[in-house]
Write a protein that binds this ligand. Sequence first.
Ligand SMILES: [Mn+2]
Length: 338
Amino acid sequence: MSDQIKKLAPLIWSEIQKASKILMHCHRNPDGDSVGGVLASKFALESLGKSVTVIWGDSPPPTTLSSVPGYASILRKNWFEINPTDFDLFLAQDSSSLGQISNLGEVKFPENLTVIVIDHHVTNDNYGKINLVGPSYPAVCQILYDLFSLWDIKLTPDIALCLFTGIYTDTGGFKYPLVTKETFQIAAKLAETGADFPKLIFEMENSQDPKSIEYMGMFFSSVEHYFGGNVAVCSITRQQLLEKQIDLDIDVPELANAIKSAVGNEIGISLTEKDQDVIRVSMRTRGNKYDLSKIAVATGAGGGHPVAAGATIKKPMAEAKKFLLETIQKVYPDLGRP
Ligand SMILES: [Mn+2]
């Protein structure tokens, strides 16, 4: 447990005590850490008698996470479809910037709304009254575990499943560098509640869209190598999806991770066209030679971690790819020309 958590836990606790109506959101393209984290917090805060509202935010609910307890209780609303003055506390989790809360307009907080940020992205903008940002933590859900234990929140099987979802997915299944013995110890503590983790993992990893196989085939066969083979890029456009009659909202997770799994692909990049001329960039790296969060921030619309980062580039695919490669070259001139 970090010293920062020990220091901030009582301050956050006192804000929670003062609040009665609490708001949370899922970040754009919500992952297991976002969804598991807000639902774990929802269960915990409700056990304290608080009224808690969670919204999906900008993106549609990811079907692969539908087995996470509480999933159906999240409202299909974005930031601009609620009235933030109806709440007295906003707990912003796993969101490094206001753009992660919504990109549909400028997110402004009313004066009566206390904002607390709980995050583990090194790129966090610290936009809260209290900012608990722990970049040494592999998942927000692991930060929440520490907070809940300091606050004496009783771990139920539902809370355990939610926290496990975030820890398991944000560590790629206990594989990423920030995993420590504490991560495994926490997983063991969560398992002691009797929560059925294998069932949850099966549901998460085996509920893909049937078209995802065709999607992956198209996606991976687009691979191109740059910077002397160090950077491998795969991409897919909406036009290609339309031609193959694949749902435009299809979301196949961790594709960049699969690209970087091949020897020599120091950086794996996936480019997917989420809306017309809106390219979602996801980057993963094999080692610690490159800090991908720097590249993501340098695009002007991204953030993340050293080994896993993302960005959104509003350009047609070919231009977005060119812009991204130029950005990589600027951040790491030693790589040479694309
Ligand atoms: Mn996370």
